[in-house]
Design a protein around this ligand. Structure first.
Ligand SMILES: Cc1cc2nc3c(=O)[nH]c(=O)nc-3n(C[C@H](O)[C@H](O)[C@H](O)COP(=O)(O)O)c2cc1C
Length: 233
């Protein structure tokens, strides 16, 4: 396992060239790429172009026909996890654009910069990555106030090794999305949305999940607003 962790770190290092990201207190991976698989990150993928998310069956995501985005709306909640601020900035823009409320997913034990050091095989994220059983992160608060009152829930997260950062999965597993339209969004250095939204939908098992959208870490408010407007909420 240790060998796999070291190999994974090397592979991630190979595809994540280090760059400085605005508003970020640490150097974060840029030009990153990773497969959706939970093992070693793979080659970089082209970021997904902005598109109208497709409608889905409860608890699953499917692409294809024009989505039910117009049916969404109502009371909007923007849920997000953000370890270093990029996803938070996107979430704030979405909340402003939709008049929605914000809820930050906060691990009971927040991630420090050292925890996030994916180049260190002994760091918290590296250990959680290597051992899936460690990814069930306890949250400071699992359910937002007035959860039942929201019709539309945006859910945002950074991509970690090709999938949603795991505190997001903890949130999703802890809540009932029945009757809600759920719209995933993520930030990453270069990986696409991939299967991250689909995996969250499967973990939730309830709700009507749209396909969602990936943004680059330093996405502009214009990028985000253009996408929100395309949803026709
Ligand atoms: C542990 C870790 C793993 C990451 N894995 C990937 C990855 O697989 N692909 C990618 O494009 N970016 C990856 N990144 C970069 C983040 O997705 C990106 O910087 C994101 O915008 C951070 O969002 P935040 O500031 O909201 O935490 C990773 C970052 C960390 C800390």
């Amino acid at each position: 396992m240790e060998r796999m962790t070291r190999l994974s770190a090397l592979l991630l290092a190979g595809v994540l060239s280090v760059g400085t990201l605005a508003g970020c207190s640490r150097q974060a991976p840029s030009d990153a790429g990773a497969s959706v698989a939970s093992e070693s990150p793979a080659a970089a993928e082209t970021p997904a172009p902005a598109e109208t998310p497709a409608a889905s069956e409860s608890g699953t995501v499917s692409s294809g026909a024009e989505g039910d985005a117009a049916a969404a709306g109502g009371n909007v909640l923007v849920v997000y996890f953000s370890a270093s601020g990029h996803t938070e900035a996107v979430a704030q823009t979405i909340a402003e654009a939709t008049g929605g409320d914000l809820f930050e997913i906060t691990p009971a034990e927040p991630y420090t910069d050292d925890d996030l050091d994916w180049t260190n095989e002994n760091s918290r994220v590296s250990q959680e990555y290597a051992d899936e059983s460690l990814r069930d992160v306890e949250l400071a608060a699992a359910t937002p106030d007035n959860w039942d009152s929201y019709d539309t829930v945006f859910i945002g997260y950074p991509i970690w090794w090709g999938i949603a950062a795991w505190p997001t999965s903890s949130f999703v597993a802890a809540n009932d999305f029945t009757g809600k339209t759920v719209i995933p969004f993520c930030t990453s250095s270069s990986s696409s949305l991939g299967d991250s939204g689909t995996l969250l939908a499967e973990a939730a098992g309830t709700g009507t999940w749209l396909e969602g959208q990936r943004f680059r870490s330093s996405a502009s408010a214009d990028d985000v607003n253009e996408w929100v407007n395309s949803l026709g909420l």
